[in-house]
Write a protein that binds this ligand. Structure first.
Ligand code: OXD
Length: 308
């Protein structure tokens, strides 16, 4: 029994090292150098080539290397009869929260503005907006979204979140997706943590921006395909939004000629808000490898039909 690592555009070394330390008895092979395709029982994937998973006749589990599974679903030959899992790791939620808190404080403290002023040797201050006067709206109250909502609320921010079903989270106002207009009108800072599905693709568009308070700020740490890029640029340029902090893009790395690079009100980071740590995440893959071997239900299963 072997685990196949299928991640043509990611370095598999940290995963190989994590498995070597935590489960030295498990054989791990790297796509496309698979010795015996019949031996592959679990495939750990990030952007696997289309049709690659069909080549393993004894595959029992398909595991995403990250929290998202949209990259798996891009493969229109993804086997539909094999369970799919994703990474659920408190470390991912914690590092996402650290990133988001940094982005929120950067914005409410006007640091981008001070960086511009520094370049002009311009000495002018504005008052920092206090946490308890800052309304944060979180699109997507899944595992990471709920964790971040609770942490922001603990710090005194006014927090609301929207999800398919209502959530009970202390000091967080929860809205369902059919109450999205009310939710949007209550956020000064909108954070997108949604999974990418047919329903959520393009959700950050001009209609959404126009439903937000004038001068609101957007933070997108979900997927670039949630955003209609031209709509975001025009919402920022006409002042409907004061700016955005973007960690994810339609094409990564963000192409050199993309207008986001030039926009002084957009902060860009290279898809680093919450990086899976193989050292902590390998444990759940090893567990799933054992469960698959015993024919038992896997952990962190996703519903392919729901797309998350
Ligand atoms: C993920 C990601 O899905 O890194 O984990 O975007």
């Amino acid at each position: 029994m072997t685990i196949a690592l299928i991640c043509p555009d990611k370095d598999p070394t940290p995963w190989i090292n994590a498995f070597a330390i935590q489960a030295p008895n498990i054989n791990v092979e790297i796509w496309p150098n698979i010795k015996d395709k019949n031996q592959i029982h679990l495939a750990l994937c990030w952007n696997q080539p289309t049709g690659s998973l069909l080549r393993f006749p004894n595959l029992k589990a398909i595991c995403s290397m990250g929290a998202g599974i949209d990259h798996l679903l891009n493969d229109n030959q993804l086997p539909t009869n094999i369970p799919v899992t994703r990474i659920i790791d408190l470390d991912l939620a914690k590092s996402m929260f650290n990133y988001l808190l940094t982005a929120v404080i950067d914005h409410i403290s006007a640091l981008p503005n001070y960086r511009r002023q520094q370049a002009e040797k311009n000495w002018q201050w504005t008052r920092q907006r206090p946490f308890n006067k800052t309304k944060i709206g979180i699109l997507g109250l899944g595992q990471i979204g709920s964790y971040c909502a609770l942490e922001f609320a603990k710090l005194g921010f006014i927090v609301a979140g929207v999800s398919e079903s209502k959530k009970q989270l202390e000091k967080v106002s929860s809205y369902t997706s059919n109450q999205i207009e009310t939710f949007l009108s209550q956020a000064d800072i909108l954070i997108c943590l949604l999974p990418l599905t047919d329903k959520t693709r393009g959700i950050l568009n001009i209609d959404t921006f126009n439903k937000m308070n004038k001068g609101s700020y957007l933070i997108n740490v979900a997927r670039g395909d949630h955003v209609i890029d031209e709509d975001l640029i025009s919402a920022i340029n006409n002042g409907q939004l004061s700016g955005a902090c973007l960690d994810v893009f339609k094409h990564e790395p963000l192409p050199n000629n993309h207008p986001f690079w030039q926009n002084p009100n957009i902060t860009i980071t290279p898809h680093c808000s919450s990086l899976t740590r193989p050292r902590t995440a390998a444990k759940q893959i090893i567990k799933n490898y054992q469960l698959a071997h015993e024919g038992l239900p896997l952990k962190n299963l996703v519903d392919i039909n729901r797309q998350y």
